[in-house]
Write a protein that binds this ligand. Sequence first.
Ligand SMILES: *Cc1c(COP(=O)(O)O)cnc(C)c1O
Length: 365
Amino acid sequence: MSESLINKLVRSDVLDMIAYQSARRGQTGGNCWLNANEAGGNNQLDISLDNLNRYPDFQPSELVNNYAKYAKLTTEQVLATRGADEGIEVLIRTFCTSGQDNIVICPPTYGMYAISAKGHNSQTTLVPLTSELQLDIPALTKQVGNCKVVFICSPNNPTGDVVKREDIISVIELFKDSALVVVDEAYIEFCPQFSFAELINTYPNLVVLRTLSKAFALAGLRCGFTLASKDIITMMSKIIAPYPISQPVAAIASAALTSEGLAVMTDRVKTSIALRSQVEQFLDKQTWLNKRFKSSTNYVLFNTELAPQLFSFLTEQGVLIRNQSSQLTLENCLRVSIGNEQEIQQFINAVQAFNQSINQSTSNN
Ligand SMILES: *Cc1c(COP(=O)(O)O)cnc(C)c1O
């Protein structure tokens, strides 16, 4: 039978692998999507579809110029990728020898580092964050010499807060002769003062990941950037696909990175931060709340014993948020993305309906 042929042919480690359960794969339906940290707004864009008979440039120059200017780096320090996810994958494929080299991650954190490592047959060593959700420097010190790439997510997804600046610098210095330190800044537009991008000029082993999927409201575009020394970008350019950025993507992304586009993004971030504090205040009033995590992003993580019930109630109401309970130390934690005003109102209404439903069931008992 063909199925057993495929089972025989496939890499044995892929046969056992569990695919990443993205918000668009694991959770379907609903009419209020607050499960993927997307922006609530939309972009008004007008692009030309001429010249689609031609291959695009390997790195479209207007796009790279605009991003370099925004990040205050040179164009040689920028690699445009198919989302930040492709940056993660290309880093691992460029620097880890399959079946031999390891990466280090600090859970609870973003899931794609481990998935990309697995796809390349690289091992992932876990160095969990401390109970304050900060880096465990003594434990990381023990990994010096045992890994090629260390991934730090700051602000961290799904917990929401930034990692201490001096700790990240300690880690970059710890690994300065033995590994790359990758700071994933997917949410940095919500707290730009914490960026490490400028330190690329100081530390040759530092890499910063960026995306247009969150603050720029362009998740559907699939466009991200790796920021690093010219030497790192040169090596990654050997491994990445020959035409990673399609021409329509380059045109839309370039427009989003003009000064007008950046002004729209900055306004959207302000709106999102105001809505976030509304959600935080609302959550803080809930009697069932155990803990609400500090956020420097467009999402809020919270802990409640009623997580499973609340999550299914919201799903029934069409409001999709993300259950983070399977992550290390995040049992009973739910993450809600800060969508637009109407979506946040729908979330609040659905939570209030949930409260009524539990009050009714307690008074009936
Ligand atoms: C969303 C996200 C990404 C992926 O971004 P894309 O550009 O959409 O691939 C990477 N890292 C973190 C922490 C994210 O939350």
